[in-house]
Design a protein around this ligand. Structure first.
Ligand SMILES: [Zn+2]
Length: 281
């Protein structure tokens, strides 16, 4: 069984028991996605301001609207690619651990309640409402062929997995304040481990004191992976070959058509030469 804790900064943290003593945790960093969205929001905002200032239907208006559409569609494809990268890395974890069940900490619906969450800043709310969590889950489902089960995850990032003390984590690192325990780990790994324990035992259950947590950090970047690049290269090569052969065919056809012309013209000059010669003679 694998458990997933989802977040904005770290898109997914996955935890799986390897054996009785070892938990494998994969943390997939997704900082890039908010950056792409921020860029888009800024550019679209600027364009929108300009659009509002010019006359509806004018040439400038049309140009600006086209530019806005282009930015939106480009961002959309970047984000789609990004979600594929995240789900691909998550699917690799799930498949490599031979997992039969995937449990996801239930955060469905937080995006919708953003307006009521006044304590969050405007920026935080915008980030939350543009979180493409649903699509990542869908891709993961497609890639692993497993259904995702949801589990209430309240308190999963605060509870210490070793002694169940509640701590308020500050920053990205979790430190248990219980002096006897002193457990430390990455904050999102804690969330994933707690969800895993809850799914296995029905409630938050401490992991053994000698449990080893192996954390792998991965980064989803909106750039092509080597596999994608290779696939793209193959397609482009095929296209290039098709194009060059079409060009060659067109060229050979063109020369075949022009050849008789050349022959005609040469014969005409040839014939004109004797004529001229005749005239001269
Ligand atoms: Zn503790």
């Amino acid at each position: 069984m694998s458990a997933i804790d989802e977040g904005i900064i770290n898109s997914m943290a996955l935890a799986t028991w390897v054996d009785a003593k070892i938990i494998d945790v994969t943390i997939i960093n997704g900082r890039e996605a908010p950056a792409i969205k921020r860029q888009r929001n800024k550019a679209v905002g600027q364009l929108q301001h300009k659009i509002s200032k010019c006359k509806n239907g004018s040439k400038k208006h049309k140009r600006l609207v086209t530019a806005k559409k282009k930015i939106n569609s480009k961002t959309k494809s970047s984000l789609c690619d990004f979600d594929h990268q995240v789900s691909n890395k998550a699917a690799n974890h799930v498949i490599s651990h031979n997992t039969a069940r995937v449990i996801v900490g239930d955060v469905r619906g937080i995006e919708k309640e953003t307006k009521s969450k006044r304590r969050m800043g405007r920026h935080g709310r915008q980030q939350l409402s543009q979180w493409s969590r649903g699509r990542q889950e869908r891709y993961l489902k497609d890639k692993t062929g497993l259904d995702l089960d949801f589990l209430n995850e309240s308190g999963s990032t605060k509870t210490c997995p070793a002694c169940l003390t509640r701590n308020r984590p500050s920053g990205r690192y979790y430190r248990c304040k219980n002096p006897i325990c002193g457990f430390t780990c990455h904050r999102d790994a804690v969330g994933a481990i707690n969800i895993l324990q809850k799914a296995l035992c029905g409630e938050y259950t401490p992991i053994g004191p000698d449990t080893k947590i192996r954390v792998t950090y991965l980064r989803a970047v909106e750039r092509w992976s080597l596999d994608q690049r290779e696939a793209h290269r193959k397609v482009q090569c095929r296209k290039a070959r098709a194009l060059s052969s079409a060009q060659n065919r067109a060229l050979s056809e063109a020369t075949q058509i022009s050849k008789p012309k050349l022959a005609n013209s040469s014969t005409s000059t040839d014939s004109s030469v004797p004529d001229q010669l005749v005239v001269v003679a």
